[in-house]
Design a protein around this ligand. Structure first.
Ligand SMILES: [Zn+2]
Length: 294
């Protein structure tokens, strides 16, 4: 019979992070950092607070609130990760890391700060912060031949990937031939992946309006047909609001915009030879030049 090992937090031998004397004073000797001095007191970033000593996840940024007491405050812990023990002073409740018993601070109940009515008052020194990994977002634009649209979006800072493909039609897995014949109803479109910390959707949409002619109906330059129509396919309400607002703004400037604003549907990547067309062929777009409109 195979041996069965049960590993419990706190009982396995852990490799702890090396502590500075100040960290050791708080974490091991149960000291308190001076109020209004801690590194994380006003940290509003999204992420997870982990134990400085063992790295166990203790608190989520979504549970952090401003108590104005001088130390980071949380109204909840990550389930099972924080242990409550009676404080040596006989009145307060001390909180420690459930995995390594590092001193964190104290917990108070019934102060009325938040709905949960709990305040974990935690020393910044006892914590390390791990920012949440930002997810790239996606945006979809159709503005004539996708080679040229892709070319321009590839050049934008904050854009991480651009693919050429088809969107807005009524058949699955359309081929280039079907799209060109106009039988599938799709527009040539690009999928733009971007880092919202570096470039906003509004900046992308403005770029879109400047790299094609949004006043031409069902075509771009010499490319005529509904597959070359101008369209913004929005992925959420915020994108739709931005698209509508920019179209209104251009209208006020005297442009009659034909761009349709439609909900994003299935994006069908185009055949490989269409991807990065101008970069692969070392040429410049014939139908897409940048014209300042904002
Ligand atoms: Zn710990």
């Amino acid at each position: 019979m195979a041996a069965l090992w049960i590993i419990r937090p706190g009982r396995i031998s852990m490799v702890y992070n090396k502590l500075t004397p100040q960290q050791e004073h708080v974490i091991v000797d149960k000291g308190t950092e001076s109020p209004f001095t801690g590194e994380y007191l006003n940290n509003k970033q999204e992420g997870t607070y982990v134990c400085k000593r063992c790295g166990a996840g203790l608190y989520k940024s979504s549970d952090k609130f401003d108590s104005h007491c001088g130390w980071p405050s949380f109204d909840d812990e990550i389930a099972g990760m924080v242990k409550r023990i009676p404080d040596a002073d006989g009145t307060r409740t001390e909180i420690v890391c459930a995995a390594c018993d590092a001193h964190l601070g104290h917990v108070f109940i019934g102060e009325g700060f938040t709905k949960k009515n709990v305040r974990h008052c935690v020393n910044s020194v006892s914590l390390s912060f791990i920012p949440a990994v930002k997810q790239n977002k996606k945006a979809y634009f159709a503005g004539g031949c996708f080679w040229g649209v892709e070319y321009w979006f590839e050049k934008a800072d904050g854009v991480t990937a651009v693919s050429s493909g088809y969107m807005g039609g009524h058949v699955s897995r359309p081929t280039y031939q079907q799209v060109c014949d106009g039988t599938s109803g799709h527009a040539e479109a690009v999928e733009v992946q971007y880092d919202p910390e570096k470039i906003s959707y509004e900046e992308l949409a403005k770029l879109f309006f400047e790299i094609h002619d949004p006043t031409q109906q069902d075509g771009q330059g010499p490319d005529i047909g509904q597959q070359y129509r101008s369209a913004i396919f929005y992925a959420d309400g915020e994108q739709k609001e931005t698209a509508d607002r920019l179209i209104k703004q251009l209208g006020k400037n005297g442009l009659h915009i034909t761009t349709s604003v439609e909900p994003a549907a299935d994006f069908w990547p185009a055949e490989e030879y269409h991807q990065n067309y101008y970069a692969k062929n070392g040429r410049q777009p014939y139908c897409h030049v940048r014209t300042k409109r904002f």
